[in-house]
Design a binder for this molecule. Structure first.
Ligand SMILES: Cc1ncc(C[n+]2csc(CCOP(=O)(O)OP(=O)(O)O)c2C)c(N)n1
Ligand SMILES: [Mg+2]
Length: 327
């Protein structure tokens, strides 16, 4: 994998590394806790972190992101504390949805994150709405929505891209093409060669990139963000990657040819970036070990807080406050 640092300083390269490694280490811990019955389910984004992290870092912190179920790197790169995320996954009162459920579909307005509501594709049109608001208010901002390649078969995908193109909305659509939609491989999902070819059909710009190269993702999305704002146009980005685990942890990977795992293991976004950082003299083995140790301790500290979550209480006043907005 070839990395082009362009004009990024060593500090910026390390900042990106820390953001990339953090969700991986959290996930590795969550997979252990899942087996211990401490959390109930997990959609793994292992091997795909460069997309969520690179794209989030390329945006301004007050620009809205609509993530999917594998985008832990969006949450962590927007500084959502692991303790609170963990409370969410436990269905605790202090979780983001206040104990109503224990899903990964999180709305966190203070972080400008609007997660999906389980139905694939629905978050794409919401990104249109946010982009329309920016356009009408003449704000120099974009919105960014993630979708899996499987979800591009939903009608919502077509509607959201078509409206964005026709209304000239500054919105970035990222397809995470990870080879499978649940157990369905891409050759049973669509007949076009590349999903990015669909951009032409909608009359918008599109590009296909290596989704495992964090600098490619970061630099591409940064440039596209500027394009979308300057020209008031949408953009379709197809990020090529691979789902290294099952659809969710309970479902396994028996239907995936083992060769594919071996191939994509070589393209692991974190290992490759580490090699580049070492080769460029930005970090050495001791630095990397120290960061990993720091994160390991931080995870334990955050989990100690997370495990102390309050039991759920029913509070009808709070429920009403969260449903109705005072005129
Ligand atoms: C409308 C709809 N259909 C089916 C599902 C069940 N479902 C959840 S994730 C998923 C696979 C999605 O595949 P893809 O879009 O490629 O995303 P990936 O899981 O690979 O990241 C399916 C079928 C759903 N949530 N919503
Ligand atoms: Mg997929």
């Amino acid at each position: 994998m070839t990395f082009d640092r362009k004009d990024l300083t060593n500090e910026q390269l390390v900042h990106i590394y820390r953001n990339l490694l953090w969700p991986r280490m959290i996930e590795e811990k969550m997979l252990v806790l899942l087996r211990q019955g401490k959390i109930s389910k997990w959609f793994s984004g292992i091997g795909q972190e460069a997309i969520a992290v690179g794209a989030t870092l390329a945006l301004q912190e007050d620009e809205w992101i609509m993530p999917m179920h594998r985008n832990l790197g969006v949450f962590t790169s927007r500084h959502m504390p692991l303790s609170k995320l963990f409370m969410q996954w436990q269905g605790a009162q202090e979780g983001y949805s206040k104990g109503r459920e224990r899903e990964v579909f999180i709305l966190a307005a203070m972080h400008h994150i609007c997660g999906m509501i389980s139905h694939l594709g629905t978050q794409l049109a919401i990104a249109d709405g946010v982009a329309l608001a920016h356009k009408l208010k003449k704000e120099n901002k974009v919105s960014l929505a993630f979708t899996g390649e499987g979800a591009t078969s939903e009608g919502d995908f077509h509607e959201a891209l078509n409206v964005a193109a026709v209304w000239d909305l500054p919105v970035i659509f990222i397809i995470e093409n990870n080879g499978y939609g649940l157990s369905t491989p891409v050759n049973e999902q669509y007949r076009c060669i590349s999903l990015v070819d669909k951009a032409k059909g909608y009359g918008m710009e599109g590009i296909q990139i290596d989704g495992n190269n964090v600098l490619t993702v970061y630099d591409t999305i940064k440039g596209i963000r500027e394009f979308c704002i300057k020209h008031q146009k949408p953009y379709l980005v197809e990020c090529m990657t691979f789902r290294m685990r099952g659809h969710e942890e309970a479902s396994g990977t028996k239907y995936v040819p083992p060769d594919l795992f071996r191939l994509w293991e070589q393209k692991d976004p974190i290992n490759n970036y580490e090699v580049f950082l070492k080769y460029s003299g930005v970090l050495n083995d001791n630095d990397i070990a120290a960061i990993r140790e720091e994160f390991k301790n931080k995870i334990e500290e955050e989990l100690a807080i997370g495990f102390n979550a309050r039991p759920i209480t029913v509070d009808t006043e709070m429920e009403e406050e969260d449903v109705f907005i005072a005129p």
